[in-house]
Design a protein around this ligand. Structure first.
Ligand code: PDD
Length: 277
């Protein structure tokens, strides 16, 4: 397990960040999480694109994309872990605590590489249980910042209630996404997922799956739907870099579809696996 800190690679437990890092004090930092599956990094350019968009939205200086890409590949290669997760965090820098942007700071670039635990087999054979919760996140859920308190609190509430994850519901009743995943429902032959707005993260996995579905002739509607429509769906799945494709078979105690992972979850999962093979 290794870390990268501003150009240097070191054992993870030796990496240190100053206490006045703005990421630490203000959540003033962007992040990405890239997975390596079967020893290969997945969709790196798409993650770099999204990181650039986050940095732009936060008014950070532009990224040296080549340097970040090189660091990701070097870290991954040196770690030699087949199923790895690379966490990348860029904070606005280190400065005496003050809300205003510091005048002269250099962004702190931090990365870690660790094994990603395998998906518990029963998650795929039985599906997971979820609860719905009011979305208490800020208004820019479309960028990936380390301000994840609402996500963290909601995930823990789900676990404490015996479920595996929480699904965020907007104030208008719209189903948005999971605490670290996007969400699709299947009703009949069609899939539905929330459109790309500031209310959800534009997931890389979501985009990859949309592409595959269009190629395979499966209709996916990017539209808003409510909790009632989700509960009445034939299948519900969560998608993400770590989540991959996870069937949800119980929500707020209601059984989804026939109560078992359905054919669409299996197909989406197989397509994603084929891409990463
Ligand atoms: N989370 N929505 C949210 C709120 C997320 O945090 C994530 C990813 C996704 C899925 O995006 P992608 O397919 O690009 O991984 C959707 C990462 C994995 C995390 O926080 O660790």
């Amino acid at each position: 397990e290794l870390a990268y800190l501003n150009g240097e690679i070191m054992p993870l437990d030796q990496a240190r960040v100053p206490v006045e890092d703005r990421g630490y004090q203000f959540g003033d930092a962007a992040y990405e999480f890239v997975a390596a599956v079967n020893g290969r990094l997945f969709a790196v350019e798409a993650h770099l694109d999204r990181l650039e968009r986050t940095l732009l939205a936060l008014a950070f200086p532009p990224l040296d994309r080549n340097r970040i890409r090189e660091a990701i590949f070097t870290l991954h290669q040196r770690a030699g872990i087949a199923r790895a997760g690379i966490y990348i965090q860029i904070s606005r820098g280190v400065a005496p605590r003050s809300h205003a942007f510091p005048e002269k700071t250099v962004p702190q670039v931090l990365m870690t590489v660790r094994p990603v635990p395998p998906t518990p087999p029963e998650h795929l054979t039985r599906g997971i249980a979820a609860i719905t919760l009011a979305d208490q996140r800020w208004g820019r859920c479309d960028i990936k910042t380390v301000q994840l308190l609402a996500n963290v609190m909601s995930k823990q509430r789900a676990l404490d209630s015996g479920a595996y994850d929480a699904i965020f519901i907007g104030p208008d009743g719209t189903v948005r996404e999971g605490t670290s995943s996007n969400l699709f429902i299947r009703s009949g032959q069609r899939l539905h997922t929330h459109p790309l707005t500031t209310e959800i993260l534009p997931g890389i996995t979501r985009a990859v799956l949309l592409d595959i579905c269009r190629r395979e002739g499966i209709e996916v509607l990017e539209r808003r739907f409510d909790r009632q429509e989700m509960l009445a769906a034939d299948e519900v799945v969560l998608t993400g870099t770590v989540t991959e494709v996870l069937p949800v078979t119980r929500i707020d105690g209601h059984v989804i579809g026939v109560g078992r992972p359905g054919p669409m979850a299996a197909r989406l999962r197989a397509w994603l696996e084929a891409l990463a093979a």
